[in-house]
Design a protein around this ligand. Sequence first.
Ligand code: NAD
Ligand code: DAU
Length: 352
Amino acid sequence: MKTYLVTGGAGFIGSNFVLYLLKKHDDIQIVNLDKLTYAGNLENLKDIESDKRHIFVQGDICDEKLVSKLFSDYSIDYVVNFAAESHVDRSISDPEIFVKSNVLGTVNLLNCAKKAWQIGDDQFREGCKFLQVSTDEVYGSLGAEGFFTEKTPLDPHSPYSSSKSSADLFVKAYWDTYRFPINITRCSNNYGPYQFPEKLIPLMINNALQHKELPVYGDGMQVRDWLYVEDHCKAIDMVVEKGSLGEVYNVGGHNERPNVAIVKTILSYIQENVDSQVSEALIRHVEDRKGHDRRYGIDPQKIKDDLGWYPETAFEEGIKRTIRWYLEHMDWMKNVTSGAYQEYYAKMYQNR
Ligand code: NAD
Ligand code: DAU
């Protein structure tokens, strides 16, 4: 039986990953360590409430005592580190917490895992692995042509992407220095169930359903490369099982779209299927994000060739599935957008 320490497993991708793993593998145990920040939500894990293979622990990845205790209480084989502050706009107004959770938290996890797994000088327990879930944003911004490969130099622009790049460099350093067993995955923009509505797709769905304005930053022609969250989960699972130690794998499905096209796709689905009053008149171009990266585009050839990964959900299908999920989970949306979210939203958008 393999034991996973999944961090950030009550957030968007982490909770999808926990659900994916439990469905895919019978003989596993998951220790899920999550601080439950504004972005973490136990409701995301409601379907596995009574599954004994899942153990939830509320806590901070920066807490050395707690993380060490988890390594001594459980025989952890794999660490999959999702835990992070993940929103670029928040990193622009409050960078420090990004350094704490994303950089110092990752280094603390690396240290605790190294202590637990080390059996000799530069020797670690057979079969253990630390997987750092990173992002295409570490590569910076592309022009109209070309894609990010694993060899593209790191060139982060936002405090968020700088913190993720720093964490990646520490993870790489543990491989280069100690031969500590690692992989890094760098994925493009995810979408799907349980995404917090500060991010483009759930925010636009929620606003459109309430006939609220849809704030498109700048000209809306910035390009993101969208991947259905389950395809990302599948990639991480494959890298844990088959990734060559020390390697970085880019994950993406060649699904590039300008932001305004995404917004229009959402509007037309809602107009046709849910509410004929919803229209493009709701779109409002607002002040651009500072330092806004113009285009991301992932070259996923390495993970395809080396591990046989491929994306299964075409964007046209994935976006419909996603909108329907939010429609069927209006209570979830209502809960996560009550209280502190209102303050966040007012601060973020009222003066734009
Ligand atoms: P999210 O913000 O939805 O979830 C983050 C989770 O981490 C939350 O549950 C939160 O409570 C938890 N967390 C935050 N700080 C913590 C700490 N100090 N200790 C313990 N738990 C903590 O984020 P997401 O979109 O699910 O992203 C997950 C990971 O994937 C992040 O590392 C992010 O950089 C990376 N990533 C995200 C995307 C994307 O499109 N969302 C794409 C590529 C990579
Ligand atoms: O590329 C992977 C990254 O994708 C992850 O590492 C990050 O954790 C994740 O948050 C995401 O970052 P983005 O900044 O690309 O995602 P976001 O949903 O915030 O924005 C997507 C695009 O839409 C971006 O160009 C900004 C724009 N946008 C966003 C919001 C929230 C708008 O135009 N209006 C908005 O209200």
